[in-house]
Ligand binder design. Structure first.
Ligand code: NIG
Ligand code: FE
Length: 405
């Protein structure tokens, strides 16, 4: 297939690396371009006057083509929505208060226990299809609502089924350490032993997870526990992606740095020391989840300061029933620009190429590059690239292509 007369072809790269600091502002584009797709992959692109075949199969005059979103942090598999807590929050209860009341993650865990594997799969598949229509072309999905050996394995098997049935690449993350389950309320160590000595060996043997995650937070898991669990994951070949510094300065960034995490995610509560660490060359990806800050009415992570200090930033949705009941990456792009003062180029890079790096999918997706999957968004007629985050809430997507289809 040949797409011609593309107004702006965005994020075009032949050589690439993880984008740090000011590099995030460099979004290479081609104006008046063509894009050629063969066998589900990008086979060529270039300026219009370089193609001998100027007719093409699709005329994209006035429209932009950009890579699909790479959403590197979601909890897409869950049993049901939690709008009751939404009401509690409107009435003034905090996230921590709702969690202490047995709501929050434990509420989702109770519901998950009562839901069959097939039903979980169908619901998640449905959500995934909607996300693809909204432009998501690669996704990471976590367990963490099972909170028992069987429950966690059930979630991970659902993710494996999604991997096998979905046209987009999926990465699975084991988040058994999401909260202490009710049955283990006074037995933290026993629960951690269950995760490390029983659950991990089984899921590793069955190839059910790519990464390991811990909710490193006051009232959840300490930095020491986070390290212990992540080191255990590492011994089974699972790199860490850590929930760090969402509600407080939790030590999660330091833990992530010392265990060689692929990413540390959230970072709403962060100090000079953490910002400095994240600016180091070998620091994990700083994955920001502005929809969670938006939904919980919290302060946004300091994206500008992170960029100034040379951090590598990715943007992800955190899609989950408690703190971000939306996986809409288009809206997230607007939040990043409006609330965190990221420039449109920075936000697009963070939600595509850097998101791909945060899932180790950078050779497959995240940019318009020869040989990568033909996963891209074709917009409607729009005046400019900046119009995309500017026109928040507008559906400016005409069509989403996955593997060229
Ligand atoms: O990423 N922070 C912990 N986990 C989720 C929330 C999960 C829930 O409330 O169900 C998050 O925000
Ligand atoms: Fe999360």
């Amino acid at each position: 297939m040949l797409i011609t007369n593309i107004k702006i072809l965005a994020n075009v790269r032949e050589s690439q690396h993880k984008l740090r600091g000011a590099e995030l502002g460099e979004l290479p584009v081609l104006e008046n371009a063509f894009l050629k797709i063969e066998d589900g992959k990008i086979s060529d692109y270039g300026p219009m006057d370089a193609t001998p075949d100027r007719k093409g199969d699709l005329d994209a005059s006035g429209r932009i083509v950009l890579p699909t979103w790479c959403d590197s942090h979601t909890h897409l598999v869950f049993a049901s929505s939690r709008e009751n807590e939404f009401i509690d929050k409107i009435k003034g209860l905090s996230y921590a208060e709702i969690a202490a009341k047995g709501g929050g993650i434990l509420n989702s865990a109770r519901k998950l226990r009562e839901t069959s594997e097939d039903e979980l799969f169908e619901k998640a598949q449905n959500r995934l299809e909607k996300l693809i229509q909204l432009g998501t072309g690669a996704i990471e999905i976590k367990s963490g609502y099972g909170l028992s050996l069987e429950g966690e394995l059930k979630m991970l098997r659902v993710i494996k089924r999604l991997k096998n049935s979905s046209p987009v690449p999926i990465k699975a993350t084991f988040l058994g350490a999401h909260a202490l389950p009710e049955e283990y309320k006074n037995q933290r160590e026993a629960y951690i032993r269950l995760l490390i000595h029983e659950t991990l060996p089984i899921l590793a043997k069955d190839g059910l997870a790519d990464y390991i995650d811990v909710f490193c937070e006051q009232g959840f898991f300490t930095p020491e526990e986070t390290l212990e669990i992540c080191e255990a994951g590492k011994s089974f070949g699972l790199k860490a992606k850590i929930h760090a510094n969402q509600l407080s300065i939790s030590g999660g960034v330091q833990a992530g740095m010392s265990v060689g995490a692929l990413s540390v995610d959230h970072l709403e509560s962060i100090g000079e020391e953490e910002i400095e660490i994240l600016g180091k060359e070998n620091a994990p990806m700083a994955t920001l989840l502005p929809s969670a800050a938006f939904f919980l009415r919290m302060a946004y992570p300091p994206a500008r300061q992170l960029i100034q200090n040379r951090a590598a930033i990715a943007l992800a949705s955190d899609y989950n029933p408690g703190s971000s009941p939306s996986g809409n990456m288009n809206l997230l792009l607007s939040l990043a620009c409006i609330q965190m003062k990221m420039l449109p180029e920075e936000a697009i890079n963070a939600a595509t190429l850097n998101g791909a790096y945060a899932m180790e999918l950078e050779n497959e997706v995240g940019s318009i590059s020869r040989g990568k999957r033909a996963n891209f968004i074709l917009t409607r007629q729009v005046p400019s690239l900046a119009y995309l985050p500017y026109s928040f809430g507008e559906n400016w997507i005409e069509k989403v292509f996955i593997n060229g289809k």
